[in-house]
Design a protein around this ligand. Structure first.
Ligand code: SF4
Ligand SMILES: [Mg+2]
Length: 448
């Protein structure tokens, strides 16, 4: 009988996939800890849909898939706590705050993502971290980790580790964590401690000392189950070391602080006052040069769309240098809600500088255009091959570089008739120094 089945036979209920064998090496501590998480969930009698298990990278990354019915998320190395924090914030602020978020992470991931753990403890998000600490990186070949005890022999410390291990619980205590425990994988009350941690309203972490039988056993003298004494010079303190409820859980604090309406100054509400003539969802790709108001012009397009009763999304891109190189926006406008913000085939391309042409070419925008794509380009530009209908206009000369993208967008809107010019006029009037923008609109409406 597998260890899972043996465990399942002792309880009436299980959150593990019944009959599925654990994938871990023989004797690996992961068996005990994973069973203890299951037992803790059974004791708490949680509805599976109210549990979310987020796993990190390593052998521990296989754990979420062993559970059934619960939500699960497999993430990048060290980032599991950050993902879980995000899920928890969304659940506690936007939903009913019923989700129990559990992170399973190894010692390698815990050090790679140390700041995420500190941040979660500091915020006091309702996330429970179960740290599988086997003192090394198991999945990648048994290398030393920041948790390796002194004199520990690993693949990268064949003569014995000379760097003292980090005390994560001390660090997290300093970050005001409410519940911190250290146990060994074979402790009879491990499941009880994990259940206590899950029940704690706020951040909780249980560090579980265990062995990677594949890599830790050969080079080290391991004395039975006395893992807390693996470094004879330092005996790790076991038990629940911190259990305090002196702080409110993050979601509670947030809801208390922001229970009323969001202050008006922090949102721009646009009440639709015009009709749009959209026959389908339209994807705009607008390319130009940083500092030439490409993204601002695209933002005004988005506002004009909303003012005309449409939904709109905007995604911007520019190099890390911000003020040099290309500047790009993708705007989607639609009568329907927009769930996918990507643009596979652009309906309208506005390109007003060589930087923009280069970037759109690199992105494949011209290649992905089809015969229905309308391309509005500055007349000084040479464009790559494109299946769309290309219209070249003296945008930079007539409207200066800072007005070229806006003029291109207005031309597209006027040509297709999809949005009323009055909406653009209202949007322009909402900006600082609207005169220039209004004069561009007047020129475009009067013909370019
Ligand atoms: S490599 Fe080590 S940590 Fe991974 S399953 Fe095997 S014993 Fe466990
Ligand atoms: Mg490890």
């Amino acid at each position: 009988m597998s260890e899972v089945a043996a465990q399942s036979s002792k309880i009436n209920k299980t959150y593990l996939k019944v009959g599925e064998k654990f994938p871990f090496c023989k004797g690996c501590g992961h068996h005990h800890i994973t069973n203890a998480i299951n037992t803790a969930l059974v004791r708490l009698d949680l509805e599976a849909r109210h549990v979310n298990i987020t796993s990190d990278i390593g052998c521990v990354g296989l754990i979420d898939s062993l559970f059934e019915g619960v939500h699960s998320l497999h993430t990048t190395h060290g980032r599991s706590t950050a993902f879980s924090t995000g899920v928890e914030i969304a659940d506690s602020i936007l939903a009913d705050s019923k989700l129990k978020n559990i992170v399973v992470i190894g010692d390698g991931g815990a050090m790679i993502g140390l700041l995420h753990l500190i941040n979660a403890a500091q915020m006091n998000v309702d996330v429970t971290v179960v740290l599988y600490n086997n003192f090394l990186f198991g999945m990648t070949g048994g290398q030393n980790s920041s948790f390796s005890p002194l004199n520990f022999v690993t693949a990268t410390t064949p003569g014995g580790n000379i760097i003292p291990p980090v005390d994560l619980l001390a660090i997290l205590k300093g970050a005001n964590a409410g519940f911190l425990a250290r146990k060994t994988a074979t402790d009879a009350d491990l499941a009880e401690t994990i259940a206590q941690a899950i029940n704690h309203p706020g951040f909780a972490l249980v560090e579980v000392l265990e062995l990677c039988t594949e890599y830790a056993v050969r080079g080290n003298v391991i004395r039975g189950n006395k893992l807390a004494e693996i470094d004879p010079g330092t005996v790790a303190e076991l038990g629940v070391l911190v259990n305090r409820r002196n702080r409110k859980e993050f979601g509670v604090s947030y809801r208390e602080k922001f229970s009323g309406p969001v202050p008006a100054a922090r949102v721009t509400e646009i009440e639709p006052r015009y009709e749009n003539a959209l026959e389908k969802r339209i994807g705009f790709v607008i390319g130009g040069t940083a500092g030439e108001r490409v993204q601002f012009a695209s933002y005004m397009l988005m506002q004009a769309a909303v003012l005309s009763g449409a939904n709109a999304t905007q995604k911007n891109d520019n190099p890390v240098t911000q003020g040099t190189g290309f500047s790009l926006s993708e705007v989607v406008i639609s009568r329907d809600e927009i769930f996918y913000t990507g643009i596979d085939t652009p309906d309208i391309v506005v390109v007003v500088s060589e930087d923009g042409v280069r970037e759109l070419e690199a992105k494949g925008t011209f290649r992905s255009a089809d015969a229905d794509t309308l391309v509005i380009a500055d007349d000084t530009l040479t464009l790559p091959a494109c299946a769309g209908k290309v219209v070249k206009l003296p945008l930079r000369k007539k409207y200066l570089p800072a007005g070229a993208a806006f003029a291109g967008i207005l031309t597209a809107a006027k040509t297709t008739g999809m949005l009323p010019m009055l909406a653009f006029q209202d949007v322009a009037a909402m900006q600082n120094k609207p005169e220039e923008l209004l004069s561009i609109i007047e020129n475009v409406v009067g013909g370019i």
